[in-house]
Ligand binder design. Structure first.
Ligand code: GRF
Length: 205
């Protein structure tokens, strides 16, 4: 289930915010892919819950606005942290949110507020292996293939409707790290293509 890349331009491009916690290699793929895939979206903003997240500097170098909203000052009040993030998103007139290695489980409040307009990428062929350690679990199960999934975010973790998947054969001698590297390459192709198709369909509605 892989959407074909389209070429007809969409005007105006959908304003996307990418939420990250770490290196943000998928975020970079989304920025770099925004033109390659036909320009249905633009990355207007990158937000991280980690102040020193490596991905923030990389996005800024590419001329994208970056904002850190650290979760620590909010203690255990996850919704208060999300209200702060949501204010940044609304202020920037964001239309679609793309989670890319955002390592916090979201509350129903934020998920509900962005229902149908928040995407995530997960390194497995969902519904197989939601949660962590996906590659080790696929190898332990003796699977012939692994992969990645872009899906809409719903209240259940890694459970929302699937928008696109890419399959990656498991090779003899694969370790979780080797497999993760190959799946990550597939993620970098799948996420921009799927987001482009999603935003194109959104503008056509
Ligand atoms: C990716 O494997 C993604 O599928 C998962 O978290 C990882 C993020 O990697 N949700 P990166 O920060 O995009 O490099």
């Amino acid at each position: 289930m892989r959407p074909a890349a389209m070429t007809e331009p969409v005007a105006p491009p959908v304003r996307v915010a990418v939420l990250i916690s770490g290196t943000g290699s998928n975020m970079v793929a989304l920025i770099d892919g925004s033109m390659k895939n036909g320009g249905a979206y633009e990355v207007a903003l990158v937000v991280s819950n980690v102040e020193g997240a490596g991905g923030l500097a990389v996005a800024a170098e590419r001329g994208v606005r970056v904002v850190a909203v650290p979760h620590k000052p909010f203690g255990k009040d996850r919704e208060a942290h999300e209200r702060a993030i949501d204010a940044v998103l609304r202020d920037a007139e964001v239309e679609v949110v793309a989670l890319a290695g955002y390592m916090r489980v979201l509350t129903p409040w934020l998920v509900g507020g962005w229902c149908g307009r928040m995407l995530n990428i997960h390194p497995s062929l969902l519904p197989l292996y939601p949660g962590l350690d996906t590659h080790a679990r696929a190898l332990a199960a003796g699977d012939a293939e692994a992969g990645c999934t872009v899906h809409l975010v719903s209240e259940g973790v890694d459970e929302g409707p699937v928008l696109g998947q890419a399959r990656v054969p498991i090779q003899p001698g694969d370790t979780p790290d080797l497999l993760a590297r190959r799946v990550l390459e597939a993620e970098h192709r799948l996420y921009p293509e799927t987001l482009d198709a999603f935003c194109r369909a959104m503008r056509a509605r």
